[in-house]
Design a protein around this ligand. Structure first.
Ligand SMILES: Cc1ncc(COP(=O)(O)O)c(C=O)c1O
Length: 426
C-alpha cells in the first residue's frame, strides 16, 4: 500500500507546531511516548462491545486484561469503589450520568457556562440543555468565586434531581461538603465533573471529590496527562443498595445503570487501544514522579497569575488554586477582545484560548478574557522561573497586537527558547 504522505505530512507539521511553541491551553497536555505507543497499537483492531468477562464478541480475553487493569488503577488513584473507563470523551461520560440518573425533562443544576461551566452542564445547544431542564448557579461578581448561597437557594426552590460541580474555567477549590449537604437535603444526586483538576486531585493537591459526591466524571487528557477520553467513578456511597426503578419496574444498582448508560445506552464498541493508553497513564499517575509534576504545575500557575497581576492584569478571583487562570483583559486593555488577543498570541507561537469572563460585556465569539494553564508547559520542563518571562512576552504582544514586527520578535524569542525543551522521541 502506498504511504499516505499527505496525512503524514500534516502530522509532521502539527508535531513541529507543538514543538516550537509555548502551549498554554489549560485543557491540553503532552502524553508520554508509552501512552502514544499504546494508543497507536493493534488494540484498535478489536471489537469488544460489553464489559470484561461479558462481551458480545469472541477473542476479548486479552483486551479484558487491559481494561481490568485500567479500572483497578483508576480506582486506586482516587479510592473509588467502582469505575467505568469506556467513555470516549468527557462529554460522553456526562451524557451517561444524565441517562442513568434522569428522565427527559428532569431538572438539574450546574455552573453557568459563561461563569466557567462546561457545555455538557446545561448549554442550550448541548444534549444536556436540549433534553433536560437546566438550572444554573453563578460565581459572585465581588470575588469571582462560586456563589454557594445562590446554589442553595436555587436547589431548595427548584429541587433538581442532579447537582453538578466542576468547571472548564474556574481556578478555585470547591466546597464539595456544602453542595453534598444541600443535595442530601433535597434528595438530589451530586455529581462532580473533575475533568480539569483531575491530575492535581490524583496527586493529593486538591480535595478528592470521590469522597463527597455520589458520582464523579473526568476526562483523561487534561491535567491527568493521558489519552483523549472520559471515565466515571463512584465512591463510598456506592455500590450500596441504593437503586433506581427502571422503566421495567426493576430496582437496579447505580453501577449497573451507569454501565448500561455507557454501553449500550450512548456508545457502541469501546476504544480498547485508548483504554490501554488510559491504563498506562494511570500507572504513570500512581508513580511518585507524578506528584512532583503536579506540584510544579500548581507552582507555575501561581507564579504566572502573580506575574500577570504585577503587570496590571485582572485575574478572575484574584489568583489560582489549581493549574489555570482566567485573565479579564478589560482592566488593562478595555478595547482588546479575547478573539483578537488569541489570534495575535497564536501568531507569536503562544497558544491560548479566548474565554468569556463572568459578567462579560461581550459575546462568546468575541469575549473579554483569555484562559491560561500550565499543564503542558510543565510537562515540557519549564519551571517557575520562566513564568514571568512568558507573561512578559504575552504582555508585549497584547500591548501592540496589530504590529507584525512586534509579533515576529516575540515568536523568534519563543522558538529560540523552546528548542531547549525537547518534546518527542520520534
Ligand atoms: C469540565 C469539563 N467537562 C467535560 C469536558 C468535555 O470533555 P471532552 O472534550 O473530552 O468531551 C470538558 C472539556 O473541556 C470540561 O472542561
Amino acid at each position: 500500500m502506498t504511504r499516505d504522505t499527505q496525512i503524514f505530512d500534516i502530522i509532521r507539521r502539527e508535531r513541529d507546531r507543538q514543538t516550537k511553541g509555548i502551549e498554554l491551553i489549560a485543557s491540553e497536555n503532552f502524553v508520554s511516548d508509552q501512552v502514544l505507543e499504546a494508543m497507536g497499537s493493534v488494540l484498535t483492531n478489536k471489537y469488544a462491545e460489553g464489559y470484561p468477562g461479558k462481551r458480545y464478541y469472541g477473542g476479548c480475553e486479552v483486551v479484558d486484561e487491559s481494561e481490568r487493569l485500567a479500572i483497578e488503577r483508576l480506582k486506586q488513584m482516587y479510592g473509588a469503589c467502582w469505575a467505568n473507563v469506556q467513555p470516549h470523551s468527557g462529554a460522553q461520560a456526562n451524557m451517561a450520568v444524565f441517562m442513568a440518573c434522569l428522565q427527559a425533562g428532569d431538572k438539574f443544576l450546574g455552573l453557568n457556562l459563561s461563569h466557567g461551566g462546561h457545555l455538557s452542564h446545561g448549554s442550550p445547544v448541548n444534549f444536556s440543555g436540549l433534553m433536560f431542564k437546566a438550572l444554573e448557579y453563578n460565581v459572585k461578581e465581588s470575588d469571582g468565586r462560586v456563589d454557594y448561597d445562590q446554589l442553595e437557594q436555587v436547589a431548595r426552590a427548584e429541587r433538581p434531581k442532579l447537582i453538578i460541580a466542576g468547571a472548564s474555567a474556574y481556578s478555585r477549590e470547591w466546597d464539595y461538603e456544602r453542595i453534598r449537604k444541600v443535595a442530601d437535603e433535597i434528595g438530589a444526586i451530586f455529581m462532580v465533573d473533575m475533568a480539569h483538576p483531575a491530575g492535581l486531585i490524583a496527586a493529593g493537591l486538591l480535595k478528592n471529590p470521590v469522597r463527597y459526591a455520589h458520582i464523579v466524571t473526568s476526562t483523561t487528557h487534561k491535567t491527568m496527562r493521558g489519552p483523549r477520553g472520559g471515565v466515571i467513578m463512584m465512591g463510598e456511597d456506592f455500590p450500596n443498595p441504593w437503586g433506581k426503578t427502571t422503566p421495567k419496574g426493576e430496582v437496579k444498582m447505580m453501577s449497573a445503570l451507569l454501565d448500561s448508560a455507557v454501553f449500550p445506552g450512548t456508545q457502541g464498541g469501546p476504544l480498547e487501544h485508548v483504554i490501554a493508553a488510559k491504563a498506562v497513564a494511570f500507572g504513570e499517575a500512581l508513580s511518585p514522579d507524578f506528584k512532583l509534576y503536579q506540584q510544579q504545575v500548581q507552582k507555575n500557575a501561581a507564579v504566572m497569575a502573580q506575574a500577570f497581576m504585577e503587570r496590571g492584569y485582572n485575574i478572575v478571583s484574584g489568583g489560582t488554586d489549581n493549574h489555570c487562570m482566567l485573565v479579564d483583559l478589560r482592566t488593562k486593555f478595555p478595547d482588546l477582545t479575547g478573539k483578537i488577543a488569541e489570534k495575535a498570541l497564536v501568531s507569536a507561537d503562544i497558544t491560548t484560548n479566548k474565554n468569556m469572563v463572568p459578567f462579560d460585556s461581550r459575546s462568546a465569539f468575541q469575549t473579554s478574557g483569555l484562559r491560561f494553564g500550565t499543564p503542558a508547559i510543565t510537562t515540557r520542563g519549564l519551571k517557575e522561573d520562566k513564568m514571568p518571562w512568558i507573561v512578559e512576552l504575552i504582555d508585549t504582544v497584547l500591548s501592540n497586537p496589530e504590529s507584525e514586527e512586534n509579533i515576529r520578535s516575540v515568536r523568534e524569542a519563543v522558538n529560540k527558547e523552546m528548542v531547549q525543551y525537547p518534546l518527542f522521541a520520534w
